[in-house]
Design a protein around this ligand. Structure first.
Ligand code: SF4
Ligand code: SF4
Length: 223
């Protein structure tokens, strides 16, 4: 199965993927006119901030089996056999929210559509019209650092393993790591420096919660 894979090391949080996604799902497929469309097209990929200011693009993973598809009571979610992607048939959606509740990636959102009475579920459709024309999804094409890659799982893993072996060999031979472009290396160095200043308030909360969980489990074990 072909899918969009994410290389977290390379994401710099520029959000080009989000903009490209929104444009691709607009009527005019053009940035300027998109801002005047009602409702305004929304991206189906969202760049989130993780630990130590690392950013990651989150989207539907077109799971197989797909929990969202299994729980939909009106069969509004289906697998497109040709592209092996999970799609939403918006006209059937009754906005019950079941799919959003079971999606492990939080990839389903809701929006009103012209001529439909309720908000309906929408998510990454893997740019199905582009796939049918032999193109990559718009987010992949827009990603300036190749943090998003479209391809077969095994091929991408094999490519990654080749890269790791190459870097290890270079390190053993005393060369500097050359795979990462200079601008990304500089950005990563800046991120590390900022991260050394201390955890963000939200990370601090997570640490406190983890400490509480650890404390609770110790108490539970000792009883
Ligand atoms: S919407 Fe969520 S559950 Fe459904 S296929 Fe995508 S990632 Fe999987
Ligand atoms: S919100 Fe729509 S797509 Fe999701 S489970 Fe309900 S009917 Fe199906």
């Amino acid at each position: 199965m072909k899918n969009v894979f994410i290389d977290l090391e390379k994401c710099i949080g520029c959000r080009h993927c989000e903009v490209a996604c929104a444009i691709e799902h607009s009527s005019g497929k053009e940035l300027f006119s998109m801002y005047f469309e009602v409702p305004r097209p929304q991206p189906r990929i969202s760049v989130k901030l993780g630990v130590d200011l690392m950013t990651f693009p989150n989207k539907c993973q077109h799971c197989d089996p797909a929990p969202c598809m299994e729980v939909c009571p009106v069969n509004a979610i289906f697998r497109d056999v040709k592209t092996d992607t999970v799609q939403v048939q918006e006209e059937r959606c009754i906005s019950c929210g079941m799919c959003a509740m079971v999606c492990p990636y939080g990839a389903i959102q809701y929006q009103v559509r012209p001529n439909l009475p309720n908000e309906v579920a929408y998510k990454c459709d893997s740019c199905i019209s582009r796939l049918e024309n032999g193109k990559e999804p718009a987010c992949v094409e827009a990603c300036v650092t190749n943090a998003l890659v479209f391809g077969e799982y095994n091929e991408i893993i094999a490519e990654k393993q080749r890269g790791i072996s190459l870097n290890l060999t270079r390190e053993i031979q005393g060369y500097k790591e050359e795979e990462m472009p200079e601008n990304i290396k500089a950005f990563r160095a800046l991120q590390r420096k900022v991260a050394q200043l201390g955890p963000l308030p939200s990370s601090q909360n997570k640490i406190n919660v983890n400490e509480k969980i650890k404390g609770a489990s110790k108490r539970w074990i000792s009883h």
